[in-house]
Write a protein that binds this ligand. Structure first.
Ligand SMILES: NC(=O)C1=CN([C@@H]2O[C@H](COP(=O)(O)OP(=O)(O)OC[C@H]3O[C@@H](n4cnc5c(N)ncnc54)[C@H](O)[C@@H]3O)[C@@H](O)[C@H]2O)C=CC1
Ligand SMILES: O=C(O)C(=O)COP(=O)(O)O
Length: 534
């Protein structure tokens, strides 16, 4: 197997590094103090990049990453990676969901308790030789209302523990969670407004996105209960720091616990110096257990991808269920061939592609199969850099509308994969494929538009339309023989006796333009297209 170079540019637990080192195809370098310029200089050599939150994988870095195939985030947040740019370049971006969630949930709960009992301030006071018992009187959490914004991996663990262990009333807000799922973790799903109005503590657990940037801003603080506590163990920027400082100073917000900041480290940030702010240096995921979890997970995922092409936990490529993979793999191969066949058969540019799945295959997640069609289709014009990751983005950029249709019944074989394309002038081309039982399951093209066939989609092929009259086959084979081109297989089909016929001819060597022209010149031939499927 090809030799791959891995760069670990943020601190990764040794157990993850060992997994890379155990592979004889893999060289791993650890360089955790690279500047952006330093990273840009060396990244071109690497096929895999392992990061946490410190490395910023900007468009500039990605542009220099000429060999990069996969970015692995040992953790959850990917706001430090330009994912759209990586996607355009065909680089898989994966994280390790769940690996550090317990650590972060426990840190969040610690920070909530620390704020309610003034623990850091009280510790500091005792160390200074003071005894300020009255000053540090706190509040109990039991019976108080906790608002959890973002009920994903971390938010769910926080909600469950707060409701069950701390006996808090938990309100939750998450656009993708159902009331039933929220109830299972002890939370009542509600609106942001209600969370703002009713919560004694508000904790955010969303990613940093354009939607969540400034989610807790001056308007949000104004709606909150006087004396509420705000916690951010998610990402700097979700809480508007200037607005939070104002709210603390006005007394609207009693205290804030922060693990993350808009600028890291937050050296001269007045917010962290505020006496009622507890600040930790992005420690949410910093437990031994979490670091082993994420390091082992990210290394395993990256090795699987580089070794076997298996994608897990990617944010920009579909994950194939491992139990389905053996069944799906032959269809992925068929789909790639159909896409490449269509790229050469369809007249002019393609503006729409519809994949049609019938039979057993329709019960599975067919997104990877559609992607494989796209890869085949686009590789023909874009070159070999198109892959599962970049194909949808390239199709979108080229204005190709992609859609999928499924039907649980199939008129032929167990399953069929159909692709339909439209050209700007409205011309539509249909190609239908299936796997047929031979020594193993073998790919076949079983239909082109209204013609039924059983052609082997491989090598060089001629797709010839002609009038259904005697002498056509002899004419075609004669022209090929004169050019010393051997015919491997021939499939004939026609719409009706004396109507139109279509032949798909597999040839051992591609035909040159002169040979193709001589076939086109035969009386009764309507069209000749050569398709190459190497
Ligand atoms: N402080 C630390 O060391 C750590 C911080 N994190 C951060 O915590 C956050 C959550 O991490 P996970 O739970 O692992 O991610 P996750 O992806 O499992 O959960 C995020 C949840 O936020 C929800 N969400 C997205 N937009 C939302 C919006 N506008 N309003 C409400 N909910 C929204 C999503 O639907 C999802 O359920 C991320 O920002 C991550 O980077 C995660 C781990 C460690
Ligand atoms: O997983 C996350 O999103 C985190 O914020 C953890 O960050 P870290 O790996 O500690 O730099």
């Amino acid at each position: 197997m090809e030799r791959y170079h891995i760069l670990v540019s943020d601190n990764l637990h040794e157990k993850g590094i060992e997994l890379f080192r155990a592979r004889d195809w893999c060289d791993v370098d650890v360089a955790t103090d690279l500047s952006p310029e330093g990273l840009k200089k060396v990244i071109g050599k690497y096929h895999g990049l392992v990061i946490r939150s410190a490395t910023k994988v900007t468009a500039d870095i990605i542009a220099a990453a000429s060999n990069l195939k996969v970015i692995g985030r040992a953790g959850s947040g990917l706001d430090n990676v330009d994912v759209p740019e990586a996607t355009r370049k065909g680089i898989v971006v994966m994280n390790t969901p769940g690996g550090n969630s317990m650590a972060t949930a426990e840190h969040t709960l610690s920070l909530i308790m620390a704020a309610f009992r003034h623990i850091p301030q009280a510790v500091e006071s005792v160390k200074l030789g003071k005894w300020e018992k009255k000053k540090f009187q706190g509040r109990e959490l039991t019976g108080k209302t906790l608002g959890v914004i973002g009920l994903g991996q971390v938010g769910s663990l926080v909600a469950k523990r707060a409701s069950r262990a701390l006996k808090m009333n938990v309100l939750g807000y998450d656009p993708v969670t159902t009331p039933q799922a929220a109830a299972q973790i002890g939370a009542k799903l509600t609106s942001l407004e209600e969370i703002f109005r009713k919560s004694d503590v508000i904790t955010v657990h969303t990613p940093l996105t354009s939607e969540t940037r400034g989610l807790l801003n001056a308007a949000a603080f104004a709606k909150m209960k006087t004396g509420a506590v705000v916690v951010n163990c998610a990402r700097g920027g979700i809480v508007d720091e200037a607005a939070l400082l104002d709210a603390l100073e006005s007394g609207k917000i009693a205290a804030a616990s922060l693990d993350v900041y808009t600028v890291t480290p937050p050296k001269d940030n007045p917010l962290v110096k505020h006496p009622r702010v507890i600040a930790t240096p992005h420690l949410g995921a910093s437990t031994t257990e979490a670091q082993i979890n994420v390091a082992v997970a990210v290394a395993g995922q990256m090795i699987d991808y580089l070794e076997k092409g298996l994608v897990r936990n990617a944010v920009n490529a579909p994950t194939i269920d491992p139990s389905l993979r053996p069944k799906l793999e032959p269809y992925l191969d068929l789909a790639g061939r159909l896409g490449r066949f269509m790229a050469q058969l369809a007249p002019g540019p393609i503006v729409a592609l519809e994949t049609v799945f019938c039979g057993e295959i329709a019960q599975w997640d067919v997104k990877p199969v559609t992607n494989a069609v796209l890869v085949g289709l686009l590789t023909w014009s874009e070159g070999p850099n198109v892959n599962d990751v970049s194909a949808p983005a390239i199709a979108e950029k080229r204005g190709i509308q992609v859609s999928e249709t499924t039907s649980k019944t199939s008129p032929f074989y167990g399953s069929t994969v159909g692709i339909r394309t439209s050209s700007p002038d409205g011309t539509k081309v249909n190609v239908l494929g299936a796997l047929i039982p031979r020594i193993g399951m073998e790919p076949r093209i079983i239909g082109i538009d209204d013609f039924v066939t059983e052609a082997v989609p491989t090598g060089a092929m001629l797709v010839v339309a002609n009038k259904d009259v005697p002498g056509m086959i002899a004419g075609i084979s004669g022209a090929l023989a004169r050019s010393r081109i051997n015919i491997a297989q021939m499939n004939l089909s026609r719409d009706k006796i004396g109507g139109q016929a279509m032949s798909i001819i597999n040839i051992d060597t591609p035909a040159d333009e002169i040979t193709l022209e001589s076939i086109r010149g035969i009386d009764g031939i309507l069209s000749v297209k050569q398709v190459i499927l190497y």
